[in-house]
Ligand binder design. Structure first.
Ligand SMILES: NC(=O)c1ccc[n+]([C@@H]2O[C@H](COP(=O)([O-])OP(=O)(O)OC[C@H]3O[C@@H](n4cnc5c(N)ncnc54)[C@H](O)[C@@H]3O)[C@@H](O)[C@H]2O)c1
Length: 350
């Protein structure tokens, strides 16, 4: 008989609410209990009909809860996941899974010993913009791709709440870097052989609020990830260039734009672009009629797939979509980004 999931959410903040709303949309999943140290959050949870607990260990003793969702601040993930596993609960843990690879290895080891299912919520694999890029790459829509840019910029500057403090696992590498690196690996582009990164505290003295990283692949592809909270004019969310086309997605609100050339370069007459810095032939623009633009709708996010897959895996009907080996690799690359940023030099990963 199919196992139904009775979920207990630990940390009923921004993401705890998100899960409480989205999880029950998957058949067989019920949110039964909530734990938060904040009295107002517990009061709200009780009013919504969830059993509520102040200490997460009390929630772990609730025998009707079989699955725990950890959406507390990052520095608490390791302890909460390990205790949940020891209590025999299956676990979904928010990203970043842990503060480092060592912590994550311990979490995976204990989950394995306790024979519980542990999956990290790397939900941005199910985003509409990312899925559109993935499909274009899988279909070889752009020919041989030589460079990819994945960027996400905020302009408000301030990193919010506990994200401001290193001891809570704050900063942009933990917050967005983890998603953007996970997406890169999920594209199965080859093996990353080196990373060269810049990590900055632009206006937040305690934690990184900007980084860029250039990942080199064994097949020659380069992949740039850049994100920060104080960039006052955004570059496109995605920029993917191949030898038969260029794809951009300006923002996560936009559809994809695919540009192709109407004729091959050999057939074009020489032309000159006059600029304020003088004329150039190499950088001359293609005539409008020589450029074919196609709009590829990015569709809808498929966040529900995560829960459906988790439930199916629990029932032996699927492999987990986000494997612990993949999460480990993401954490390794995050550490390489930090190391490269500290050394002001590239890090060899061969
Ligand atoms: N996957 C995503 O897209 C995504 C988006 C945002 C945040 N997150 C992750 O979700 C987690 C939570 O982030 P958030 O933005 O919801 O933070 P938040 O501050 O909004 O919520 C955290 C909640 O945990 C509670 N809490 C703190 N210590 C606790 C403890 N010891 N026991 C029980 N509750 C405790 C806080 O009171 C708060 O309500 C983080 O790991 C974050 O990285 C993931």
């Amino acid at each position: 008989m199919k196992k139904e999931m009775q979920v207990g959410i630990i940390g009923y903040g921004f993401m705890g609410h998100w899960h409480a709303e989205h999880m029950p949309q998957t058949k067989g999943i019920t949110v039964a209990a909530v734990c938060d140290v904040d009295e107002n959050k517990r009061e709200e949870a009780s009013q919504k009909g969830y059993r509520s607990y102040k200490d997460y260990r009390e929630l772990l003793q609730d025998n009707s809860v079989d699955t725990v969702l950890v959406s507390a601040p990052n520095h608490l993930h390791k302890e909460m996941v390990i205790e949940a596993a020891k209590a025999g609960k299956n676990i979904i843990c928010e990203k970043p899974a842990a503060l480092n690879v060592q912590e994550f290895d311990e979490m995976v080891r204990v989950a394995g010993e306790c024979k519980v299912q542990l999956e990290v919520h790397q939900n941005r694999r199910f985003d509409a913009d990312f899925r559109c890029v993935k499909e274009a790459l899988n279909n070889r829509t752009l020919g041989k791709v030589f460079t990819i840019g994945s960027r996400f910029f905020g302009a408000n500057g301030l990193v919010h709440d506990w994200h401001r403090f290193p001891e809570y696992g704050g900063g942009m590498i933990y917050d967005w870097g983890v998603h953007l690196i996970d997406q890169m690996l999920d594209l199965n582009l080859g093996k990353v052989v080196s990373v060269s990164a810049n990590v900055h505290n632009v206006i937040n003295p305690e934690v990184d609020d900007y980084f860029n990283a250039m990942f080199q692949f064994d097949n020659g592809l380069s992949y740039v990830i850049e994100t920060g909270t104080y960039l006052l004019y955004p570059l496109p969310r995605w920029y993917v260039a191949g030898d038969t086309g260029t794809l951009i997605i300006k923002s996560m609100l936009d559809d994809a734009e695919l540009y192709r050339s109407g004729s091959h370069v050999e057939k074009l007459p020489d032309s000159v672009l006059e600029t304020k810095a003088g004329p150039t032939r190499a950088m001359a623009k293609r005539a409008e009629e020589e450029l074919v633009k196609q709009v590829l709708p990015t569709g809808k996010p498929e966040w529900q797939m995560f829960y459906e897959n988790y439930s199916a895996a629990l029932n032996g009907g699927a492999d987990l979509a986000v494997t612990n080996a993949q999460v480990r690799e993401v954490l390794q690359l995050m550490e390489a980004v930090r190391l490269s940023g500290r050394k002001h030099a590239s890090v060899d990963l061969k």
